[in-house]
Design a protein around this ligand. Structure first.
Ligand code: ADP
Ligand code: MG
Length: 389
């Protein structure tokens, strides 16, 4: 595939020497399984290039799993990446697959890898060296076939010197480094990118296509773009939606250009701890969300007719005889056996309403377990019900 075809296919705009060089390197590494490190400020297009590498690689039909290492609390990152056995930590009510297991046969994109805690770095190094990992709480190695693309907006070499990033891991992940320069260093891409996003926004929101006059173009070219392409896209969308004039001048644009930092420093990554938030509180909330997700899954399984044993803690421990399938009784329907979603016509409404009841009340839960129809006229007042999850 030549450069133009790649740009067309993955929506990469730009004709600067820098972006052409990035695309050429991406194309060369795509056909191999080599680990790639994408470096650049926030919003320069690291994720877009990672997508392109995966899309051009022989693994393109496999999964592309994105993990933002900076967004997952430190205490949970290992179990999120490598999975956890039931009971490995408080709240691990069932065995969980990690991202590495989910990405098997495909690519895993480790965004903001510089934020990864040291303990997880050790495990990651092992995956890179041996292609094996162990779930948290287990010692059984699991083989995985995953290509790793990492990205950072930090100077990783500096993080190594400061002792925040392992040196051996740094050399292992930086086999090939693709540096994506900030927008202010490839100014010839600014106007084509702006017009591309204007056009896209006009199509998406059904607004007329605006035109930039010379003063507006000059202002865009002079602006520092601390948020890079992401900021430029947002400005273009605002122009398409909020401005009513057909020809946009510098005066119309000026209020929209309000970059948070005019300096040459990298865009700071907002972290809860820097804003006074307690990291333990953050982790607790994250754990609760995971637990809630797992409760929802189990109660859904329970409601759609999985046997109590397969539903987990919410249902009774009563076991269904091995050879007798679980057959839910529906309101106004004769009992029937069904094995898949397709055989169950009103599955969605029935599932969500029963799911709510299962979470809200023990009476409903008992009914659900006994597989009895629920009388919809005897609903609880809405204040007693949880929002749909
Ligand atoms: N060269 C480009 N052409 C088109 N869109 C781009 C380009 N670079 C970045 N973008 C867009 O800018 C936004 C931010 O890019 P992203 O890849 O998420 O940046 P990063 O991961 O470096 O923070 C995305 O919507 C992406 O599609
Ligand atoms: Mg990103």
């Amino acid at each position: 595939m030549d450069r133009e075809a790649i740009q067309q296919r993955f929506g990469i705009v730009g004709q600067s020497a820098a972006i052409r060089n990035v695309i050429d390197r991406a194309r060369m590494v795509a056909r191999t399984d080599i680990t790639v490190l994408l470096q650049g400020e926030s919003g320069v297009g690291k994720e877009l290039i990672a997508h392109a590498i995966h899309g051009m690689s022989p693994r393109r039909h496999g999964p592309f799993v994105i993990v933002n290492c900076g967004a997952i609390p430190e205490g949970l990152l290992e179990s999120e990446l490598f999975g956890a056995e039931k009971g490995a930590y408080t709240g691990a009510v069932e065995r969980r697959k990690g991202y590495f297991e989910e990405a098997d046969g495909g690519t895993i994109f480790l965004d903001e890898i510089g934020e990864m805690p040291l303990a997880a770095q050790v495990r990651l190094l092992r995956v890179l060296e041996t292609g094996e990992f162990t779930r948290v709480g287990s010692s059984r190695p699991i083989k995985t076939d995953v290509r790793i693309i990492a990205a950072t907006n930090k100077d990783l070499a500096k993080a190594v010197r400061a002792g925040h990033f392992r040196e051996d891991l740094y050399y292992r992940i930086s086999t090939v480094i693709i540096e994506i320069p900030p927008l202010r260093e490839r100014r010839e891409d600014i106007i084509p990118l702006f017009e591309y996003f204007l056009h896209r926004a006009a199509q998406r929101y059904g607004t007329p296509l605006r035109r930039l006059d010379e003063s507006a173009r000059q202002l865009l070219l002079r602006y520092h773009w601390p948020g890079n392409v992401r900021e430029l896209r947002n400005v273009a969308e605002q122009v398409a939606v909020l401005l009513t004039k057909n020809t946009i001048t510098a005066e119309d644009l000026r209020p929209l250009l309000r970059g948070v930092s005019a300096g040459r420093s990298l865009m700071p990554v907002s972290r809860a701890s820097e804003h006074g938030g307690d990291p333990r509180e953050r982790e607790l909330i994250y754990r609760l969300l995971l637990e809630l997700r797992s409760i929802c899954t189990r109660s859904r399984r329970c409601c759609i007719g999985w046997s109590p044993a397969r539903c987990g803690d919410l249902s009774s421990s009563r076991r269904r005889p091995r050879n007798r399938p679980f057959a839910p009784r529906l309101p106004g329907r004769r009992p029937r056996m069904w094995t898949s979603w397709k055989t169950f016509p009103s599955k969605r409404n029935w599932t969500s309403s029963r799911l709510k009841r299962t979470i809200t009340g023990s009476r409903s839960r008992r009914r659900c377990e006994k597989r009895q129809p629920i009388n919809t006229s005897k609903r609880r007042p809405s204040s007693h019900r949880l929002p749909a999850c």
